[in-house]
Design a protein around this ligand. Structure first.
Ligand SMILES: *Cc1c(COP(=O)(O)O)cnc(C)c1O
Length: 394
């Protein structure tokens, strides 16, 4: 297989000016990241700073109710509350080894900004986070967290003032300051080597989970389920199971409100192949190739593209990709909170929702859900949408 490609997907479709920093990064990923020094440092930080390994927890109450064995890979227990920190520490450490001083990041909901600011500060790097001005207003809590951690937040006033404008601004700075900066992409998408590199840093999820499931149940899980935004927690949760043909891999995309023709964040289910942000993948586009606006109640899933390896796993039928609508995710959010004492991120709630809906066909199975993050950040969204649930009921 050609480097940076998964079948017809992946690649590096970028302007000439971006090639030097991408080639430099590719070299660092191939030469520095596999070295023993790097591995030991990375593993040490994942253990002592992030709190890994994250546990696998069996949901006794929900398992009984659903007639299956539901296990959660607890990425919500990581420092900063989600899987994103695995990737930002990996890229931050690589940046340091490359002799650069600044981490640049784009962020929509602010979660990746917080994870990048955290890793940068811990590693002694500067951090500049680009964020659409609209998102800065919507996500003031995360903006305040980034500032508290010492990051510089740059509100972007151009275009729609959201994620894609922030990406463009971060890329412009990377091009002009490539000697001193690294662009820390937040998901397993973008031009080569980002999808392969982010997968590598997130694959700790399935490396741990494989061992933990064997220890707890004596065998591999029957099904592994993860939500898919850009695809980083899902590819990390799938990685070490891809070679095990008996393990069913399920990615769950956000279908938006579910009304006919509604905006969604489900390029694998509802999109078509094309090029976005430097990679050939499945994306939401009009017939003449204009990128469509995406939507989901889960801010972290709200992206019109997806990592190229997922497009390949779908095309080769090694993984399947299904949908969950906003209301199902909210129901799963309440269900897990009330049955298990775990408030899941609205993103992760999409994966839980799939299990709730398909429980009938999963009877007796060992189902492992990647609980990508915790939902404390989403309580305001639930309340503002009038979807909060009062005490005492299950
Ligand atoms: C950002 C985020 C996601 C979506 O990103 P992926 O790259 O698809 O994993 C999912 N869950 C949580 C908690 C997030 O913060």
């Amino acid at each position: 297989m050609k480097r940076g490609y998964w079948g017809a997907f992946g690649g590096r479709f970028v302007p000439e000016l971006l090639m030097p920093p991408l080639l430099e990064l590719e070299k660092a990923f191939e030469e520095i990241a596999p070295s023993r020094t790097f591995r030991e440092e990375f593993d040490g930080l994942l253990a002592d700073f992030v709190g890994r390994p994250s546990p696998v927890y069996r949901c006794d109450r929900l398992s009984e109710e659903l007639g299956l064995n539901l296990y959660l890979k607890r990425e919500d227990l990581n420092h900063t509350g989600a899987h994103k920190i695995n990737n930002t520490i990996g890229q931050g450490l690589l940046t340091k080894h490359m002799g650069k001083k600044v981490l640049l990041a784009e962020t929509g909901a602010g979660q990746h900004g917080v994870a990048t600011a955290t890793a940068a500060t811990m590693l002694g790097l500067e951090c500049v986070v680009y964020m659409g001005a609209t998102d800065v207003e919507r996500q003031s809590y995360n903006v305040r967290r980034m500032k508290q951690l010492g990051a510089k937040v740059m509100p972007i006033e151009s275009g729609t003032k959201t994620l894609k404008d922030a990406i463009n601004a971060a890329l412009r700075t990377w091009i002009s300051d490539q000697k001193t900066t690294h662009y820390c992409l937040g998901t397993a998408a973008g031009p080569h080597p980002f999808p392969a590199m982010v997968k590598e840093f997130q694959s700790v999820i399935s490396r741990e989970a494989r061992r933990q499931m064997l220890e707890k149940t004596g065998r591999l899980p029957d099904v592994v389920v993860a939500c898919v935004g850009g695809g980083s927690n899902a590819i990390g949760a799938f990685a070490d199971f891809i070679g095990d043909a008996g393990v069913r891999l399920v990615g769950v995309e956000a279908a938006g409100t579910g009304e006919p023709g509604c905006a969604n964040s489900a390029p694998l289910n509802l999109g078509s192949p094309g090029v976005l942000h430097g990679t050939r993948t499945m994306l939401l586009q009009t017939d003449d190739g204009q990128i469509m606006g995406s939507n989901s109640i889960a801010p972290g899933l709200d992206y019109p593209g997806v990592g190229p390896e997922h497009a390949y796993l779908q095309a080769t039928e090694r993984a399947e990709y299904d949908l969950a609508v906003d209301a199902e995710a909210v129901e799963a959010f309440h269900k897990l909170s009330r049955a298990e004492g775990i408030i899941p991120a609205l993103e992760s709630s999409h994966a839980v929702a799939w299990v709730l809906r398909r429980a009938g066909e999963l009877k007796g199975k060992n189902v492992l859900v990647c609980l990508s993050g915790r939902g404390d950040k989403d309580i305001d969204i639930i309340e503002e949408a009038g979807l909060a649930k009062e005490g005492a009921s299950r």
